[in-house]
Write a protein of this length. Structure first.
Ligand SMILES: [Zn+2]
Length: 147
């Protein structure tokens, strides 16, 4: 895959130090570590190895990856694979994204119950389609965690 002309790492390397100074005290240590990992990913800072052709003596340097889960270089391919797998699960019908807010009077346990009921109803609806049963989509979705 060709390297994009501008990467997040380029922006972090070019503007990260000034941004860190301007936001000192407002950025967590974890966020600073992510920025540092992205800046150093696939550079000499993380080391690497040299592959050399014994016939023509051509050599190529490959720098190590940061493997940080927030790094677009390291996780970009995995994200694309995950998205392609989810797209393969889609039914050939129009989809709608519905967002609604539950009343504040509903307590957290009640919200969990409503969510699990929604998941059950969705699976029940899918089971009504003979060509694509919910069991074909894998196991039932995990019980939603409390907010
Ligand atoms: Zn990385």
């Amino acid at each position: 895959m060709p390297r994009p002309s501008l990467e997040v790492a380029d922006i972090f390397r070019g503007h990260g130090p000034a941004w860190r100074r301007a936001n000192a005290g407002h950025v967590s240590l974890g966020q600073l570590k992510v920025m540092s990992a992205i800046e150093n990913c696939r550079t000499a800072a993380l080391g690497g190895h040299v592959a050399r052709c014994e016939e023509c003596a051509h050599s190529q340097i490959s720098y190590n990856s940061c493997r940080n889960r927030h790094c677009p270089k390291c996780q970009g391919a995995a994200a694309k694979e995950w998205l392609a797998a989810r797209e393969a699960d889609l039914l050939p019908v129009p989809y709608y994204h519905v967002v609604f807010t539950l009343p504040a009077a509903i307590s957290a346990p009640r919200r969990r119950f409503c969510r699990s009921q929604s998941a059950e109803r969705s699976l029940h609806t899918l089971d009504r389609f003979p060509h694509k049963r919910s069991t074909d989509l894998g196991d039932r979705p995990p019980t939603p965690k409390s907010p």
